[in-house]
Write a protein that binds this ligand. Structure first.
Ligand SMILES: C[S@@+](CC[C@H](N)C(=O)[O-])C[C@H]1O[C@@H](n2cnc3c(N)ncnc32)[C@H](O)[C@@H]1O
Length: 303
């Protein structure tokens, strides 16, 4: 049993790469119309391995069909996610070591965000991949009270699809998606209630009533995260609200994807996932007081 635990973890890089290869080989699309015999040797072996882990299904020898998980890989950002994970991220992961700091800049010669700015295709793929699971993230806001007519600023809001969903649910809200100029906004999401503003959250952010930061602070070490919180505070009126969509890590051995995401953040951007005490310290240092904290959503007001 212990040997199996180790084996299943050690071969993780192969799983990551096999998912990227499956997408590169166009296998999810090739199976879109139903079960198909796969003669190509590598494609067959990739499918067989992935099917043994719940992605694709072998219905008879060498004949495969999509299942719910492989259907997701056909589009909607999960294909981009698989390519990033099994491509540039995997290369950076291979160079992670104990000296600390991100390995991505060592491998690619530039910080992750600067590198994406120079690689528009990967930037667009990143924006699409970040939009995966946006319904789940909007659900996390279900418990948040809205006055109903607020101006919501999605700081580092990516391609805008998350804020679009929120505005569709609350028809009185208006929104601003704020992100770097090289971000690739999803044109279909913008209208007279939602605009895109380009800039850096180390300089200034647009003013608003509610500031949402979804998976932003986990990208940064404490020093940089504090600076971002200060920039947001500088644009906020005293009654403004801050909503972080972030994980809160508990101590102990429970499985938690955030404990692995933490290592990805270390690899790419020298970021980190945080526990409740770390969030409280960070927010206070940045000029904010936590009013509610649970894994997924942290609500704060100005100090
Ligand atoms: C992990 S993504 C999160 C995107 C989105 N909030 C979400 O939850 O899917 C981090 C975002 O921060 C943006 N970002 C990075 N550096 C930035 C900066 N200096 N100013 C503004 N946005 C920045 C990136 O472009 C990216 O869209």
């Amino acid at each position: 049993m212990s040997e199996l635990v180790l084996w299943n973890l050690m071969r993780g890089a192969l799983t990551t790469r096999a998912l990227a290869l499956a997408v590169d080989l166009g296998l999810p699309d090739a199976l879109a119309d139903g079960p198909k015999r796969i003669d190509d040797d590598v494609a067959y072996r990739v499918l067989r391995a992935l099917a043994s882990d719940g992605v694709f299904e072998e219905v008879e020898p060498r004949v495969f069909r999509n299942n719910d998980a492989s259907e997701l890989l056909r589009a909607s950002g999960w294909d981009d996610f698989a390519r990033l994970f099994g491509g540039i991220w995997l290369q950076a992961i291979a160079e992670l070591n104990a000296t600390g700091g991100a390995s991505f800049p060592r491998v690619f010669g530039a910080g992750f965000w600067d590198w994406l700015a120079e690689h528009p295709e990967e930037r667009a793929a990143f924006d699409r991949s970040m939009a995966t699971g946006r319904e789940r993230r909007v659900e996390r806001l279900a418990g948040v009270d809205w006055r109903g007519d607020e101006l919501v600023v999605d700081v580092g809001g990516g391609n805008g699809t998350f804020l679009r969903l929120l505005l569709d649910r609350h028809t009185g809200l208006r929104g601003i998606v704020f992100d770097l100029p090289e971000t690739v906004p999803d044109a279909s999401t913008f209208d007279n209630r939602l605009e895109f503003v380009a800039g850096s959250f180390f300089e200034s952010v647009p003013g608003g009533d509610v500031f949402v930061l979804g998976s932003i602070l986990h990208d940064w070490n404490d020093e940089h995260a504090t600076k971002i919180l200060h920039t947001v505070r500088a644009s906020a009126s005293d009654d403004a609200r801050l909503i972080l969509l972030e994980d809160v890590i508990d101590a102990g051995n429970e499985p938690d994807g955030a404990k692995w995401l933490d290592l990805l953040m270390l690899t790419l951007v020298d970021g980190r996932e945080r526990g409740e005490a770390e969030w409280r310290d960070l927010l206070e240092a940045g000029g904010w007081r936590i009013e509610h904290i649970e894994s997924g959503v942290i609500e704060a007001r100005c100090l």
